[in-house]
Design a protein around this ligand. Structure first.
Ligand code: FAD
Length: 342
């Protein structure tokens, strides 16, 4: 059975650096936002260990600690939280409809900050050693691998870019690719090939990440993709660079996305193609993908949402229409609140 939640001025979907920064700004603007933070509260940084590049923390801090700080700051100014995944939305309706299972909320504005998920090889050992030698982000973690031997898995532009970047720190970087043809552009491939520290192993896949009981990466098992033959390659780090998937399944067909599924925003703003719907963080950024850039765009989204809410004026008390409109909130089939006072 459906049960109706209340009406909100602003709902924020997601609680990574983008969503929680939006929440801090919106809460301080007295919008009392509701943040539906997802089952993975805190986002991608909850999966990692040390963060050394977030400004304001000269000694660095652990990813989960940073995200707990973000959340406490958002809560302090009046953000409410629901720790679950949004299951359905109707963002074209007025007001907008957001559902979590059988609970339904309506909102005048929505900020989407559902992030992106790095594709992984899919090995148990890879997941276990994430943050302990396995990484999906050279910009984030390259600095920790000074004078180490590294593997980059992938054959696209990002694999070439990450490998080239990692040679600043590593003594050697081996690109492991399943074929001898590359999706990478010629210029990126040539640049990696011209780098003395970069080696290539083709026709091979990583089928195990090894730690030899140390709790940190010590090597990988490589399997020949043609013969199935296995061999060990020693290394101290594995960078998986096989792409990211933006978390936009919920919004497919409603919000404009690019060919890779990232939400399109009307730069320099965070506006989407729908009035009152804003997007920030990795869900709309395949270029930078950093905590600080996500936080920056979260700030912009809150300011954009605040301006939008001011432009439409205050809503009448939604409880007056709540009974009549409950069915519409659930289906989102027609506007539940038709009259605005501007
Ligand atoms: C292992 C690792 C290490 C990293 N290290 C660094 C680093 O050192 N420095 C740095 O700057 N960056 C680092 N990054 C990158 C950084 O984490 C991201 O750029 C940043 O987290 C993006 O923030 P975001 O808010 O856009 O999205 P995310 O952090 O991805 O958060 C997305 C949020 O949306 C929620 N969500 C998703 N779907 C739903 C739904 N249906 N309903 C409700 N909520 C939903 C999730 O639960 C999550 O809370 C690292 C990333 C990884 C994976």
């Amino acid at each position: 059975m459906s049960s109706s939640g209340d009406h909100q001025r602003l709902i924020i979907i997601g609680s990574g650096p983008a969503g929680l920064t939006a929440a801090i700004y919106a809460a301080r603007a007295e919008l009392a936002p509701l943040c539906i933070e997802g089952i993975e509260s805190g986002g991608q940084l909850m999966q990692t260990t040390e963060i050394e590049n977030f400004p304001g923390f000269p000694q660095g801090l652990m990813g989960p600690e940073l995200m707990i700080n973000f959340r406490e700051q958002a809560e302090r100014f009046g953000t409410s939280f629901v720790t679950d995944d949004v299951s359905e939305v109707d963002l074209a309706a007025t007001p907008k409809v957001v559902k979590v299972g059988d609970r339904t909320w309506t909102a005048d504005a929505v900020i989407v900050s559902t992030g992106a998920t790095a594709r992984m090889i899919g090995l148990e050992s890879e997941a276990k050693l994430l943050g302990h030698g396995v990484s999906t982000c050279a910009t984030c973690d390259g600095y920790f691998f000074r004078d180490k031997e590294l593997i980059v898995v992938g054959g696209g532009d990002s694999a070439m870019e990450e490998a080239t970047f990692l040679t600043k720190f590593a003594s050697k970087v081996t690109i492991v690719h399943r074929r001898d043809e590359y999706r990478a552009s010629k210029i990126m491939l040539d640049r990696a090939r011209a780098n003395d520290k970069v080696e290539f192993i083709e026709w091979a896949g990583v089928t195990e990440v090894l730690d030899d009981g140390t709790g940190a990466v010590t090597g990988v098992t490589l399997t020949d993709t043609r013969t199935g033959e296995e061999r060990r390659l020693d290394c101290q780090g594995v960078f998986v660079a096989i792409g990211h998937d933006p978390n936009t399944k919920l919004f497919r067909g409603v919000l404009d996305t690019d060919e890779n599924g990232y939400i399109r925003t009307q730069a320099p703003s965070t506006r989407t193609n729908l009035d009152g719907v804003f997007a920030c963080g990795d869900v709309q950024d395949h270029e930078y993908r950093q905590a600080i850039t996500a936080a920056g765009s979260g700030c912009a989204a809150a300011l954009d949402a605040e301006r939008y809410l001011a432009s439409i004026g205050d809503l009448p008390d939604p409880s007056i229409d709540a009974d009549r409109d409950e069915a519409d909130h659930v289906t989102g089939s027609k506007p539940a609140v038709a009259v605005r006072v501007s």
